[in-house]
Ligand binder design. Sequence first.
Ligand SMILES: Cc1ncc(COP(=O)(O)O)c(C=O)c1O
Length: 467
Amino acid sequence: MPLHTKVDESVQDAELEINPIYFREQTCEIPRYKLPEHGVLPRTALQVVRDELILDGNARLNLATFVTTWMEPEAEVLMAECAQKNMIDKDEYPQTAELERRCVNILSNLWNAPAGSQATGCSTTGSSEACMLGGMALLWRWRARRQAAGLDAAKPNLVMGSNVQVCWEKFCRYWQVEPRYVPMVPGRLHLRGAEAAAKCDENTIGVVAILGSTMDGSYEPVLEISRALDQVQAEHGCDIPVHVDGASGGFVAPFLQPDLEWDFRVPRVASINTSGHKYGLVYPGVGWVIWRTPDALPEDLIFKVNYLGGEMPTFALNFSRPGAQVAAQYYNFLRLGSQGYRHVQQTCQDIALYLSGEIAKMGPFELFTEGRDLPVFAFKLRDDITGYSVFDLSERLRQRGWQVPAYTFPADMTDTSVMRIVIRNGFSMDLASLLLDDIRLHLRVLEHHPQTQPPPEIQQMRQSFKH
Ligand SMILES: Cc1ncc(COP(=O)(O)O)c(C=O)c1O
């Protein structure tokens, strides 16, 4: 979360301006940065907080996020009913724990865990925590192997593309693992087998393959990466596991690309994570991580909590966590089934392909991806278009509420500025056509009114979109 700093003393006593018809109290004084001495009526508090929130963007027009912004009213009712349940209180809420167990089983099957493998996993707050747990298991296993062989275990490294989501950078920094990034280059925007293998050595704890790059929605070739690591093992003896970061793709590939081998069908894949709150179609607050076998998960990472007289093994960074999201995940599994998930994801992909096709036809743009892997695509302006930038277009689209992020690619391609569109459940063909109309309109304006460069601090703000 952003770090916030205590405000200057001069504004400490500032009060909120409250519309007098909002409150029934005789007076209503609410300090902005201090706890009020007295409370207000529930209706007053509700009105004041709602007013604060009206400047937030419209979630349905948010084409930047991968996270679910629409659920059925029945799911919302269920989540409200479960709002007070704490996932960690297994004794108080044993059935919530049971739903989590069923979800882990459903995902293990969806990801083709081999029969009898006893694939093991858990829910998390999202993919970031799930990736952190996946990375820790890789680190602990590598260290145990090295120590058992009497070898130096002081310099672990993790191999991945520079297009990884920031959670992997965090993992490396927090656990003092050297991140070995394979840079993006024009024509290769994600990790490939040969480049991954070239970075590996005896200190490599694992390779991260992303199923659905955050940058452009493309899938990294898990099978190719795995075969390249087979070669490394044959030549150098290092047996390097793969963790698949399927934050988005874990819920897309099983339905849209069922023949693609990216999951536990690939023997080198040790663990997989996904975000229930992305294409799992649940509101924010749930992720999943599953290991192929229990021994992929070192025993000393597991804590036991007392549970119905027995002991429940847990692996988590948090302790308390909301239970509502897990109930909602199970609701989605029941409500949609395999066919329903396929239908939702296919609809998103149809819209992504339609949009990317129309955007390609407009003239000034070049596509990096079309939305054939995830229903996500990225595009840039042609090099000869110099009168305006993708940042100008992004800002103009914001005038009607569309949030289409513009950003620069990571290391080695930082001079490439792109726009990305993520199609999620709740975005319709009709909205897509309206967006296209607005893009065409703004392009006309921008072509006739070339933009001047904004001051440096504004340029900095415009480029600071976080993935
Ligand atoms: C590939 C990838 N990994 C990890 C994450 C982090 O996921 P979460 O927001 O669920 O923590 C994201 C988020 O966009 C992602 O795209």
